[in-house]
Ligand binder design. Structure first.
Ligand code: PBG
Length: 329
């Protein structure tokens, strides 16, 4: 049946009608806030390319975590910026490493009111900036897995609820699951960056985490942006290896991947609204070219509509405030 019987605009006439027929919703329960913690920092350091984001001291990260929890944000994901770097990224699995210390402090602050996720990777900790151990000018996948095992056990011991491997090494989820189980951390969950693309959208993050590769790029281990079937294959492999949550990253140019992975898997799905996506929106807003709150809520809502159960986003606190205000209105 076509026009005039079909008039979809009938159900768009008033806000409450639109609310009645709305298909998906964004809730504060869906938000995960990333936090950068810098070893040795005396005060928070602003990240120029990510307005509103800072490299935290442990103390300011603690406050930030408390604010997130108070807003109802269920989880934060921690990224460490160590004071020194070396070839094997030895700072990543030190008991007194920056992320391990932050995990203990945040746990003391927030108790069980906040899920603590730790990014599990080497690029922030290696002097060459790659996500693994380098041999003969290349990242050695299997040697890297041994490092990831050690990092997983050390982050779990420091209190991570979830470890989030972001290095895109083959077999990383199986290796980490085995390491966690044999170290007595059967309850520590894994959120795998299952389909992480070699994207230009990570530029601002690399400023924030000081982890740009010193030579080459990450295309030998991160995915080719042209590939969708392979993303589904990666996600299925990670579920088989024991991933509790899978992630697609970046989010916005990859919503077809979010949808495909949502349909192919039965585990919770995260999408990472990455630093470049945040920076583009902030820059356009600062220039007066876009309505920032509306653009933000649209972007986050559409990531949910594509099939993501949770959104990792630097907008988390602002979005949580908007959602709380909406509830009062
Ligand atoms: C690697 C890692 C990166 C991001 C999260 N984990 C950077 C990279 O792969 O180069 C990017 C996140 C963002 O851009 O917001 N540890």
């Amino acid at each position: 049946m076509a026009f005039p019987a079909q008039r979809p605009c009938r159900l768009r006439r008033t806000p409450v009608l639109r609310r009645l027929v709305r298909e998906t919703a964004l809730s504060v329960d869906d938000l995960v806030a990333p936090l950068f913690v810098r070893e040795g920092a005396r005060e928070p350091v602003e990240v120029a390319s990510m307005p509103g984001q800072v490299q935290h001291t442990i103390e300011s990260a603690r406050k930030e975590a408390a604010e997130c929890a108070a807003l109802g944000i269920p989880a934060v994901v921690l990224f460490g910026v160590p004071a020194t770097k070396d070839a094997t990224g030895s700072g990543a699995d030190r008991e007194d490493g920056i992320v391990q210390r932050a995990l203990r402090e945040l746990r003391a602050e927030a108790g069980d009111a906040l899920v603590l996720i730790s990014d599990l990777c080497l690029d922030e900790y290696t002097d060459h900036g790659h996500c693994g151990v380098v041999r003969d000018g290349r990242v050695d996948n299997d040697a890297t897995l041994d490092r990831y095992r050690a990092i997983a056990a050390s982050q779990a011991a420091a209190g991570a609820d979830i470890v989030a491997p972001s290095g895109m090494m083959d077999g990383q989820v199986a290796a980490i699951r085995e390491a966690l189980d044999s170290a007595g951390f059967a309850e520590t969950a894994i959120m795998s960056y299952a389909a992480k693309f070699a994207s230009a959208m990570y530029g601002p993050f690399r400023d924030a985490a000081e982890c740009a590769p010193r030579f080459g790029d990450r295309a030998g281990y991160q995915m080719d942006p042209a590939n969708a079937r392979e993303a589904v294959r990666e996600a299925l492999a990670d579920v088989e290896e024991g991933a509790d949550i899978v992630m697609v990253k970046p989010a916005l140019a990859y919503l077809d991947i979010v949808r495909a992975v949502a349909e192919a898997t039965r585990v919770p799905l995260a999408a990472y609204n990455v630093s470049g996506e945040y920076a583009m929106l902030k820059a356009a807003a600062a220039a007066g070219w876009i309505d920032e709150p509306r653009a933000m809520m649209e972007v986050l809502g559409c990531i949910r509509r594509a099939g993501a159960d949770m959104v990792i986003t630097y907008h988390a606190k602002d979005a949580a405030r908007m959602l709380l205000r909406g509830r009062e209105a």
